[in-house]
Ligand binder design. Sequence first.
Ligand SMILES: Cc1cc2nc3c(=O)[nH]c(=O)nc-3n(C[C@H](O)[C@H](O)[C@H](O)COP(=O)(O)O)c2cc1C
Length: 359
Amino acid sequence: MTASTAHTTSKTKTTAPLQRRISIAPMLDWTDRYCRYFLRLISQHSLLYTEMITTGAILHGDTDYHLAFDEAEHPVALQLGGSDPSALAACAKIAAQYGYDEINLNCGCPSDRVQKGRFGACLMKEPALVAQCIAAMKDAVELPVTLKHRIGVDNQTSHAELEDFVGCTRNAGCDAFIVHARNALLQGLSPKDNRNIPPLIYDAVYQLKRSFPESEFIINGGIDSIEQIQNHLEHVDGVMLGREAYHNPYLLAEMDALFYGQTEQVSTRLEILESFLPFAEQALAGGARLHHLSRHILGLFHGQPGARKFRRLISEKAHQDNAGIEVLLEAMALMSNYCRATSAAQNNERPPAPTPVKG
Ligand SMILES: Cc1cc2nc3c(=O)[nH]c(=O)nc-3n(C[C@H](O)[C@H](O)[C@H](O)COP(=O)(O)O)c2cc1C
């Protein structure tokens, strides 16, 4: 059995309407199925996105490798990269059979490779083509079809152009707009710089919501605290978190209670780690390498005593040949000790005072 078939493939989709108040961004090489399973242990309700998967990879590659996912990941959205309406429609159909809850089209990636394929952020210059893509996918499946885009490309700073893009694709049936609140510069900046250098203009997204009040807008870019999320939710329908959710995943533990009204007690970091073990064992038995799984959990103890040792232990040992579940067990034992010590300190428990020596 290969890693791709190690987990149960879901063939059923969530029936309740999708809630997009909190979602986790598509991140190439990061939000793979292992990462998503782990994040789902922390938040039951946040909407998870796959990495961008191109239509070519789905139609001509190992479809199951790209699309299989664990039933526990629901609700989960597939992000597609492409610009050929019929190829996108074919992929949307396949994705629906796999049980995805939403299809999202990438109109925000600025990489050279993606531009050469005429998709990603450069599609913002072709609203009519994007509208055709949306219409073709909507015709093909019953699922919600959404867009993830920027507020503009290159020196396009006019809000009217952004509104044209949204208006045109909304008329074609786009169900929600996820807006990374900065421009994409198509020349001269790496994808990484394109996530940091162009300034964030949240007002542009708020303005979209005011202009199209019936449509759903999710804001994205540089959001890293509960307070910021709460502020954005005063203006838009949802918030998408990217890097912060990856580097500090336990931030998600508060989301279900705060934004989905869940009253159950949240799991501790250690409980989450413990719940990840059976999944990890199953994936390892299916042929996965430990570091493919463990790289996604390095941030679990972010900001906690012992976090650095936790990261170091896993990073050093998970790469070794035949590294297995014992590495995670060792990391768990390490962090149990830290947690015990921390709660002892918090409770003001101290070692017994030394007995005075009689002279
Ligand atoms: C490693 C990495 C890979 C990314 N891959 C994708 C991708 O496949 N599709 C996409 O639409 N955006 C991708 N992005 C952009 C994120 O989805 C998000 O828009 C961006 O990081 C801004 O959000 P943040 O500031 O909360 O991280 C990626 C970001 C990172 C850090």
